[in-house]
Design a protein around this ligand. Sequence first.
Ligand code: NAD
Length: 454
Amino acid sequence: MKVINPTTEAVIAELQPTDAKDLSRIIESLQEGQKAWSLKPVAERLACIVRFGELIQRNSDELAHILTSETGKPLRQSLNEIQGAQNRIDHLQQNAEKWLTSETLVDSGSTHEKIVYEPLGVIANISAWNFPYNVGYNVFLYALIAGNSVLYKPSEFASLTGKQFEKNLWQAGVPENVFRCVIGGGDLGQRLLEESIEGYFFTGSYKTGLHIARTVAHKLVPVQLELGGKDPLYVMDDIINVHQAALNAAEGAFYNNGQSCCAVERIYVSDTIHDDFVEALTAEVSSYTVGDPTDLKTYIGPLTRLQQLEVLKDQIADALSKGAILKTGGQKMDREGYYFEPTVLVNCDASMKVMQEESFGPVIGIQKVGSDSEALDLMQDTDYGLTAAVFSSDQKRALRVLEQLDVGTAYWNCCDRVSPNVPWSGRKHSGLGATLSAQGIRAFVQPKSYHLRP
Ligand code: NAD
């Protein structure tokens, strides 16, 4: 399997894909390893994960270069991701033992009742490439601490990083028959669905997630899906600093080249501030440093996937044909690598693909609105339900809108943000189940209830 650097379009590595025989052997060894691993005290499993975090931080420079080489993520953002993902480990260190301890609910009278949290067994983590540290950690660290063994299939666009997870986990003391990284694309993912696995934890597109849920439904094992979004931001007319709101919105839309599941994907702006907001946002986006992602000054690098260039071109052509106006960008860049100009479109409406379908790239559509109720109707007009944001100086007014939206995460005066303290979950086509927080660890255990009569 060839690994291509999206900046240079050169093949930077060739990896041996995991074949069917290897896969069966690996799963057998994970089944064996899980038994001993689950018997270890939580503190011992946790200590391995803490050591893993230390190794990753110690090697963050080298690991950031690997991530940038295979995804095109600007090096500064690769470093941010690696350093930021450590917050999951810190949070687990503070809470995991408490979350996994059995609970006694009735401890008097003739019957004692308690809950014990048992691991699922061997779980599969089929992952995405856009934030492999964040979305990987959300699953495999929590699963390991809960006593499962993990079959990790990184995206074919982040396989070198996946192999680094394996190397560092082993070095940190996680046994080789408890965590394994397998290499391959969708065909390997498909094979995993046919294997004897006790839970499927997937991050990726709605299309693949739906296919996975349908295919494994007959097994009646847990399936968790973290999928895409078309996340709206509404900028209200009472905002005090329009310029600052525009800068924050631009960051929410263009960080990681717009390739974030919770990136701002469409913006609704009150008519009274619309022109000032658009002017500030366009100036900001036009000023972004586009270039070699290994340069620490670069903010926009290439897209990770060649085929996404066509998706963006098509969305922009569709929007322009329906009356949108291009403020900046709009084209694939005439240079080596999968570069697309950071693009701002105004005069957009709900008939346009750019306001309905996930762009997953450096393109934002903006629509003017006349009232909160108009904005709410437009924000709700989507099959997705990952996040939604409102910028306003009035918390009550913002919450009145956010409370009515069918989303897993609501932001007031912030956006494109994930925290280990609170669950991360999508609704409708954005997913099923939650990672992070206490709920995130409960995803990897099954409760056993004891009724004891001494
Ligand atoms: P994708 O669906 O193309 O691929 C995801 C994974 O599924 C890859 O590892 C791929 O090899 C595997 N796969 C492909 N076909 C398969 C099959 N038939 N059976 C099993 N596995 C298969 O998605 P992607 O392009 O890697 O990721 C981008 C998408 O992920 C975007 O929609 C983004 O919004 C979403 N995402 C969501 C979150 C979240 O937390 N909600 C986080 C990151 C990314």
